[in-house]
Design a protein around this ligand. Structure first.
Ligand code: NCC
Length: 276
């Protein structure tokens, strides 16, 4: 198959993967007693558009990066899962506009999802590895982790905080885009939060700066900047097709290789609201 250029890839990802979220009107949720806990409008009509955005990976290589000020200078900042800012401001900044969390985070006792203040800033967006069919009823009856139970609990405790759930179509559409652009078959698991979040921000922002998704010269076996845990699979992937995601991001990068190497910064000036 013909290899797409970086800009073509950008447009394809942006146009063929719709950032859909569940709404209270959507079947089968609309007939459930707790439907009204879901937002009435999708995320893309409530948030943005932003001019410039930062996507902050949780990689250990953010340690000693000193990127905090630069990250905070963006109009919106996306973070992942349990990644903290307290105590790490110098390297990762302190602003959180959106936090993208997987259903494992919501379900595990370790992460104190319902009570920790870690999750209280900005809007929350949750996702769960749904069956490939992306059929909502099938998924609802067989989620990977109890995302819907935890969602209801959280919403009742924190009714004012915006909280969205990604439509499984989005994760599998993105998976398909990755597969279509690779010569070999990739594992049939959804993309990592890092990739989902990057494409999500591409639909809300004119320019997206991604930090330490493509590892810089600070590349380390340290999994997260906030934990003493070492595993190279965090950077290279195991369950998620992470290496393939990174390959695509490398092809889409509009910044220089030097920026990636020295700063760990990737840029996507994909012209969300301009021509392409
Ligand atoms: O580790 P995780 O990912 O929370 O990281 C968020 C995103 O940052 C990018 N990353 C992270 C570390 C690293 N060294 N290099 C990176 O590029 C990745 O893009 C990653 O997606 C996830 O994607 O949701 C994931 O979540 C964790 C875990 O569930 C949460 O951290 C909560 O503890 C998964 N780890 C395990 O299941 C053990 C991880 O596989 C994927």
């Amino acid at each position: 198959r013909p290899k797409l250029s970086g800009p073509e890839l950008l447009c394809q990802l942006r146009d063929k993967a719709e950032v859909a979220t569940l709404t209270s009107e959507l079947q089968p949720f609309s007939s459930l007693p707790w439907a009204s806990l879901l937002p009435s409008k999708p995320l893309t009509s409530d948030l943005g558009p932003y001019r410039s955005c930062a996507v902050v990976s949780s990689a250990g290589s953010l340690r000693h990066s000193g990127l905090g000020k630069e990250i905070d200078s963006h109009d919106a900042v996306l973070r992942f899962n349990t990644a903290p800012t307290n105590g790490y401001e110098k390297d990762v900044g302190s602003k959180t506009t959106i936090r993208l969390i997987n259903s494992q985070v919501m379900a595990s006792d370790d992460h104190r999802f319902l009570s920790s203040s870690l999750y209280s800033s900005g809007a929350l967006v949750a996702w769960d590895p749904a069956p490939f069919s992306a059929d909502l009823t099938q998924w609802y009856n067989r989620t990977d982790y109890p995302i819907f139970i935890q969602y209801q609990r959280y919403r009742r405790l924190h009714p004012l905080q915006p909280f969205y759930i990604l439509h499984p179509h989005f994760e599998w559409q993105l998976w398909q885009r990755i597969q279509d652009n690779m010569a070999e078959p990739i594992q049939k698991n959804p993309p990592s939060s890092g990739f989902l979040g990057t494409v999500l921000m591409m639909s809300l922002c004119d320019v997206v700066h991604v930090y330490e998704f493509l590892p810089s010269r600070r590349k380390t076996e340290l999994c997260h900047y906030y934990q003493r845990f070492y595993d190279s699979a965090c950077t290279l992937g195991a369950y998620h097709p992470l290496l393939y995601e990174k390959n695509l991001v490398k092809r889409m990068n509009r910044g220089s290789d030097h920026d990636v190497y020295t700063q760990g910064r990737q840029s996507r000036d994909h012209g969300n609201r301009s021509k392409h």
